[in-house]
Design a protein around this ligand. Structure first.
Ligand code: R5P
Length: 288
């Protein structure tokens, strides 16, 4: 078994390697003057089962392309089997056409990964469950929820209500609530007028006097979570926690999340978080 790290999240790769008691296979990564990416694997991987760990997070295009180039390099180095380990899968949100003449990027990126010579994919918390089927190769889909739930349980919070910040996330929130000793569920009916602009309308379910735990797959600009937290407070929630596997944290997420509307923002390290983006309410759990 060989583990190779892309440049997207080397701390996580190092942690996984430590956990497995192996060394990462050394790799040279360079840029040509025009921005093209160069990769060379520095040890023989002939006949090996290779795991390439690379979340396709920001800058998404660079990390996706680097992954494809690494797969190609491994294929040409006669690896026996190549597994792309995608703690975060970028381009996942366009998973269907919502208007005419749009692309379905979740399928396009899956095609690129499968066609590059990847044999298998290990993905975490794909934006929607059907994306598993967009890969024409075997895929294992694992979840950050056990890590998040364990942490929440250790806090021994009382009167929890799990809240889905939108109708699309109900199945995820329901599973989370079940794992949290069958906590009750509430749903926010969110209407979005433009990409990355969240508008909250109604809360379906009772949150008054309770500890609300908002659950989402990713926090990007944090509009969804913070608008959700505000409406939950308005509806009488005592305190609001946010739980999310992927801390994408695009501007202005940090300002929004640290503005005081959330007791704690609990995320995992599928996407690396720069030190300057840490704030007092942030708790980062490891999925290594
Ligand atoms: C939407 O369907 C996703 O599950 C997230 O709710 C969304 O991508 C979060 O984006 P933002 O943090 O920018 O509101």
């Amino acid at each position: 078994l060989c583990l190779i790290s892309g440049s997207a999240n080397s701390p996580l790769s190092q942690e996984v390697a430590r956990y497995l008691g192996i060394d990462l296979i050394p790799v040279i990564r360079k840029r040509f003057a025009d921005g093209e990416i160069y990769v060379q694997i520095l040890e023989s991987i002939r006949g090996s089962d290779v795991y390439l760990l690379q979340p396709t997070c920001r800058p998404v295009n660079d990390h996706l392309m680097e992954l494809l180039i690494m797969v190609d390099a491994c294929r040409r180095a006669s690896a026996r089997q190549i597994t792309a380990v995608l703690p975060y899968y970028g381009y996942a949100r366009a998973d269907r056409k919502t208007a005419g003449r749009e692309s379905i990027t979740a399928k396009l990126a899956a095609n690129l990964i499968a066609k590059s010579g990847t044999d298998r994919v290990l993905a975490m918390d794909l934006h929607s469950a059907q994306i598993q089927g967009y890969f024409d190769i075997p895929l294992d889909h694992i979840y950050g929820a056990p890590v998040l739930v364990n942490y929440l349980k250790s806090k021994q919070l009382s009167d929890i209500v799990v809240v889905s910040p939108d109708v699309g996330g109900v199945a995820r929130a329901r599973a989370f609530a079940k794992a949290l000793d069958d906590a009750p569920l509430a749903i926010i009916d969110k209407r979005r007028q433009a990409h990355n602009v969240a508008e909250v309308m109604n809360v379906i379910g009772d949150v008054s006097g309770k500890t609300a735990v908002l659950v989402d797959d990713m926090i990007d600009t944090a509009g969804t979570i913070t608008e959700g937290a505000k409406i939950l407070r308005k509806e009488g929630a005592r305190q609001v926690y946010a739980c999310s596997t992927h801390a994408v944290f695009s501007h202005p997420a940090i300002e929004r999340l640290s503005s005081g509307c959330l007791e704690e923002v609990i995320v995992t390290n599928t996407v690396p978080i720069a030190q300057e983006n840490h704030f007092p309410q942030l708790k980062v759990l490891t999925v290594a």
